[in-house]
Design a protein around this ligand. Structure first.
Ligand SMILES: *Cc1c(COP(=O)(O)O)cnc(C)c1O
Length: 350
């Protein structure tokens, strides 16, 4: 049986068609700007997101860092969610490498930042304070889509207070497919947007940062400084183009599979899931912390992979189909039937 790996949508393997596109990619030295495939990918993403320019980079972490460093200088500050990838899961890169101070704020349950709290966190122009320069949002965040009217309100606040806007759109296309709008409809509220090709889109490597031409010139410089200037990178960019041409609309399948997974898990004694909370490709399964490792082990013996924790994030992607999520839910049900103490914990979790 094919392994069912729900740890992340980063685990997908390139298809034969994607590998073929990589093999025949025309390439050149991208540091000289001479890789036609990288140039084509950058033009494609800039156009889709309605921005002047784009930069192909190694990872989403690098893309966000370059974005922050292009907006902010030493002693500047960016406002960001406490749960945002940029703040929490990127090794503190903005502070470590950019001398940029984060001002984290607690995320609301829908993933947004309360705009009154954002406004209150903007520092006055006074030498006591870092200079607040940028508001950074994430979409999707924890599988949730930020509403378009919220983005408009956030933009209005940022503009009125002289802040720039950056979007960590690692999973922007999940939001695009969920809302049924063009990518530019979301991107237009931001100066810069970072998009991952290696998540649900299924490319092995790569992210793209888009924004105004002048800012992207600074970004190109920071990419080189950070050691991210790649040479015949068109081999990988070709996978990104293939992903954008073939794997965007099919994200709807991942969303349907996530919903079906949540519905199949709902009601299993010993765990709690909320199918109504599933918006895109993520399901959050709550269980007794002491059972998480046993469940992980049980599933691993059956060729299924999760990360253990009191809250288990399950992510659907193009290498898991409807039959796969059904088999996964069956295996989870069997675990709780074989673990009597699991049923006993159900009341505590309810
Ligand atoms: C994965 C991810 C990133 C970083 O991407 P890497 O390519 O793993 O560095 C950034 N933001 C979000 C929201 C992500 O999910």
């Amino acid at each position: 049986m094919k392994p069912i790996d729900l740890r992340s949508d980063t685990v997908t393997l390139p298809s034969e068609a994607m590998r073929a596109a990589m093999a025949r990619a025309e390439v050149g030295d991208d540091v000289y700007g001479e890789d036609p495939t990288v140039n084509r990918l950058e033009a494609l993403v800039a156009e889709q997101l309605g921005k002047e320019a784009a930069l192909y980079v190694a990872t989403g972490t690098q893309s966000n860092l370059i974005g922050l460093m292009s907006h902010c200088e030493r002693g500047d500050e960016y406002i960001v969610g406490q749960q945002a990838h940029t703040y929490k899961y990127e090794g503190g890169g903005a502070a470590v490498l950019g001398s940029i101070q984060p001002q984290p704020l607690e995320n609301e349950p829908d993933g947004s930042l309360d705009l009154e709290r954002v406004a209150a966190a903007i520092k006055p122009n006074d030498p006591h304070f870092a200079r607040t320069r940028l508001l950074a949002l994430e979409n999707t965040i924890g599988g949730k889509v930020l509403p378009l009217d919220y983005l408009a309100q956030a933009e209005a606040l940022a503009r009125s207070r002289g802040l720039a806007m950056h979007l960590d759109g690692a999973r922007l296309f999940n939001a695009v497919v969920k809302l049924g709008v063009p990518a530019s409809r979301i991107a237009r509220h931001f100066d810069t947007v970072s998009v991952c090709l290696s998540k649900g889109l299924g490319a092995p490597v790569g992210s793209v940062l888009v924004g105004p031409a002048a800012l992207m010139e600074r970004a190109r410089r920071w990419r080189k400084v950070l050691g991210g200037g790649m040479r015949q990178a068109g081999l990988m960019a070709a996978a990104g183009i293939h992903a954008l041409e073939h794997n965007v609309q099919r994200l709807a399948d991942d969303h349907a599979n996530a919903r079906a997974l949540a519905e199949a898990l709902q009601g299993i004694p010993g765990l709690r899931v909320d199918p109504a909370a599933v918006q895109t490709n993520m399901v959050f399964m709550h269980l007794a912390p002491e059972q998480a490792e046993a469940l992980r082990h049980w599933l691993a013996e059956r060729g299924m992979r999760i990360n253990a924790g009191a809250v288990v994030r399950l992510v659907t992607h193009l290498d898991v189909d409807a039959a796969g999520v059904a088999a996964f839910a069956d295996a989870v049900r069997a675990f709780f039937e074989h673990a009597p103490q699991g049923a006993g914990r159900a009341a505590a979790l309810a």
